[in-house]
Design a protein. Structure first.
Lengths: 377, 397
């Protein structure tokens, strides 16, 4: 039984903490959207240089061959520094899918490029919002001879307007999922860019009779479902870790505010009503962090029923803790918590934007129920 | 990071399971706290079995029979006992006063009291709370005035669990009414409950049971040799209790069993269109509590892991106490909801019983479980402790 990071992981965390403190949302002076757009060029390759994008990629492809605990460490720090960087989209989802399903050629082409921060990916799939039950966004027609045509629309694709490649998912869970890697800059790829709630670049992605060939397919036709499900679970666990980091940040901000803000001639920290709310906020954080650790540890055997159950439990508990800590942080900051300028509101919006991603708490509650029955039987 | 037990821990766990399988008699299993009080002989028999194995006092200092178990070993042992539904070991005797006498007692006190604690010859109660001193314990007024080789003790204790079956009380008394700080004027006395001048009166609780008592002291002569840890040092002695045990505070295994009981009731309840267990809102609330228990289980293990490395934090025990008691109370309330109309009957012999058979006991247990967020430091006090540490100057999460 061990809930400690290794010495090397702790060093890695300290490095990431310094990096995100200098370049994350917390250090932002201009505006959140400038920072979001800044996760390209030198800053992105700088993050890659620390190993944050290579962590889960096998060593054969210039990666570090790490596991879900490394993802936990990276995302906790990304959350703490309010990075808002597309780490999960690249290091967990794109790398995970290509590693599991990609051909040797695809792996050679893309994995080292992800590790180095040279190519950026976004993931266009309805399963990102509603795993298992999403209506197919893209309709695939086989034309024979390894030629395909795809048409359709996916509404919210985070980082789509800021990537080099899109991984699209065609078909449904019944018919089987088929994945393709397509270039973003292409006549048949139409983007309508917008910002997410937490100031990340996103877009509606529309594909109009886009011609594809078998070389762009990732994995076998109709055979991507299991990998998508496993990788989205790893992404969900990583995002719970990011949420834990954001919550730690919110708690620290709130503690600092209670100690420094004076009313009625004394610091707010002296008022028991606020002390008790802070204690509850902290307990909620510690509870959800515990399940996030469990999901990360069981992520070493990804795709197994115990891993799925742990991920679902972590998401349910994290969503609840995120609401409580977010709303309490605003309340205890008073009117200042409502200000667009303060990092509190930004952190709360980050937590809100996470809620529906990689399966809502309601979806995961349902899945936990059914898995518990399976595991109990 | 790793969730598995080490090979040594697995071997120990196996040893505990085999021991329980062999030694824990079927009729001892599932004995409730209430039964422990009304039929203390079962607890005494079980403690004798544990004492023969040397495990009863595993947590005591090595010089007094302690085994030097790691925090994780204590956790494994407690979990296994809970899983086997073994009678609870007496908290007051084995968990509290035994270790206190080991640490603060003189050789004569250790020679006299410790064997009697282990054999169960003495049952101990705790004399802390008073009518005017609950959460504000340091304001206690029961007076002990030095007269020759005795203290003359006068005053009143209240909410004294076990006082009606106890033979001894470890009691906080005021020996210096003029001390600058109220904490500095307190001593701990070991008081024989048969001494003249002690009157015990029952207080029945809302579950209809006799757990609590009022204890009156009318010029009771307690020999000075019964002073534990020095005159006016009682507050330090009492505070040492806080550091003894972090394991088992949240009692996750027992709460999980309760959750199983509630699920069984809900599986047998038909409310219109199907089992209550499958009804959306009820099922969701039950599942959320199950997930909260999963979380609490890991949180407790994280605290054990920290304790192993001597890095446990001061607020860990408080947090586990708050979360453990309140989660259990929520599950109790869900159980009452599942029982439906049967929950409204007072559990006498003639009262209708829910088809699952679980009814009556769950309701009275749920009523008494309201005490868990009050005793051992009310949860409000625990929240004060957590917040105080969070708001300390350099604390960062």
């Amino acid at each position: 039984m061990d809930f400690q990071y290794s010495a090397i992981q702790n060093e890695f965390r300290a490095t990431l903490r310094r990096f995100f403190a200098a370049h994350g949302g917390a250090a932002m002076r201009t505006g959140p959207r400038d920072i979001a757009q800044a996760w390209r060029g030198d800053l992105w390759t700088g993050l890659a240089g620390l190993g944050a994008l290579a962590a889960l990629i096998p060593e054969d492809y210039d990666g570090l061959g790490g596991d879900s605990i490394d993802a936990l460490a990276i995302m906790e720090e990304a959350g703490r520094g309010q990075a808002g960087a597309p780490i999960i989209e690249n290091a967990v989802i794109a790398a995970g899918l290509l590693d599991r399903l990609g051909s040797a050629r695809q792996k050679q082409e893309f994995l080292p490029a992800i590790a180095a921060g040279a190519r950026k990916f976004a993931f266009a799939d309805g399963h990102i919002l509603a795993p298992g039950g999403a209506a197919p966004a893209f309709e695939l027609t086989g034309l024979g001879g390894g030629k395909y045509r795809v048409t359709g629309r996916q509404d919210l694709v985070v980082e789509a307007s800021d990537c080099d490649h899109l991984i699209i998912v065609c078909g449904s869970t019944e018919t089987g999922l088929t994945l393709f890697c397509i270039p973003r800059h292409h006549d048949a790829v139409m983007l309508r860019p917008f910002w997410t709630l937490d100031d990340r670049p996103a877009a509606t992605v529309r594909l109009e009779s886009m011609a594809l060939d078998a070389g762009q397919m990732i994995g076998p036709a109709g055979g991507g479902g299991e990998s998508v499900s496993t990788v989205l679970d790893l992404a969900c666990a990583a995002q719970c870790a990011e949420a834990a980091g954001v919550m730690a940040n919110l708690l620290n901000q709130t503690i600092m505010h209670l100690k420094t803000r004076t009313q009625f001639g004394q610091p707010l920290a002296n008022f028991q009503a606020l002390q008790h709310r802070l204690a509850d906020m902290y307990a909620a954080y510690e509870l959800s962090l515990s399940l996030t650790y469990k999901a990360a540890i069981l992520g070493r055997q990804p795709g197994t029923a115990p891993h799925q159950e742990a991920v679902s439990a972590a998401k349910v508990q994290t969503a609840e803790a995120a609401r409580l800590t977010g709303h309490e942080a605003i309340q205890m900051h008073g009117a200042m918590g409502m200000s667009l300028e303060l990092p509190v509101g930004r952190a709360v919006k980050r937590l809100k934007a996470m809620e529906p991603q990689y399966g809502s708490a309601a979806y995961h509650l349902r899945r936990y129920q059914s898995l518990r029955r399976v595991l109990a039987a | 990071m790793d969730l598995t037990l080490s090979l040594d821990e697995l071997a120990f766990q196996q040893q505990v399971h085999e021991f329980l399988e062999a030694e824990l008699k079927p009729e001892w299993r599932g004995v409730s706290d209430i039964d422990n009080r009304t039929q203390p002989e079962i607890m005494a028999q079980w403690q004798a079995v544990l004492a023969a194995k040397g495990w009863l006092t595993a947590g005591w200092p090595a010089a007094n029979g302690g085994l030097g178990w790691s925090p994780m070993q204590h956790h494994i042992f407690k979990d296994a006992c809970s899983q086997a539904r073994a009678p609870k070991i007496s908290t007051m005797s084995i968990g509290m006063i035994g270790p206190l006498i080991c640490v603060f007692g003189n050789p004569e006190q250790q020679a006299f009291y410790l064997p009697r604690i282990i054999s169960g010859a003495d049952i101990w109660c705790q004399g802390f709370s008073e009518p005017g001193s609950g959460s504000d314990l340091a304001s206690l007024k029961t007076a002990a005035r030095r007269e020759g080789e005795d203290y003359a003790v006068s005053g009143q204790k209240i909410w004294t669990t076990y006082a009606h079956v106890a033979t001894q009380m470890f009691c906080l008394v005021r020996t210096d009414p003029l001390a600058a700080r109220p904490q500095a004027g307190i001593s701990m006395l070991l008081i024989d409950m048969k001494l003249p001048g002690i009157t015990v009166r029952p207080i029945l609780t809302i579950d209809g049971e006799h757990h609590f008592n009022e204890v009156f002291f009318d010029d009771v002569r307690v020999p000075v040799s019964c002073l534990l840890g020095g005159e006016h040092k009682g507050w330090d002695v009492a505070r040492a209790l806080l550091a003894f045990e972090r394991s088992g505070i949240a009692d996750v295994v027992a709460t999980r069993q309760l959750l199983g009981d509630v699920a069984a009731i809900a599986a047998g309840e038909n409310r219109g269109d199907g089992r209550l267990l499958d009804e959306g809102d009820f099922a969701d609330r039950l599942t959320k509590l199950e997930i909260a228990l999963d979380a609490l289980e890991i949180l407790e293990l994280r605290v054990m892991d920290a304790a192993e490395r001597k890095a446990a934090r001061d607020h860990d025990a408080s947090m586990l106490k708050i979360l453990g008691s309140e989660t259990k109370q929520k599950i109790h309330m869900l159980g009452i909801e599942a029982l439906g109309i049967f929950a409204a009957a007072w559990p006498d012999d003639d009262a209708p019983v829910h088809p699952s058979g679980a009814g009556a006991k769950l309701v009275v247990d749920a009523l008494f479980a309201r005490a868990t967020s009050i005793y051992g430091g009310a949860n409000e006090v625990q929240r004060n402790i957590v917040a105080k540490i969070l708001l300390k100057s350099a604390f960062e999460i």
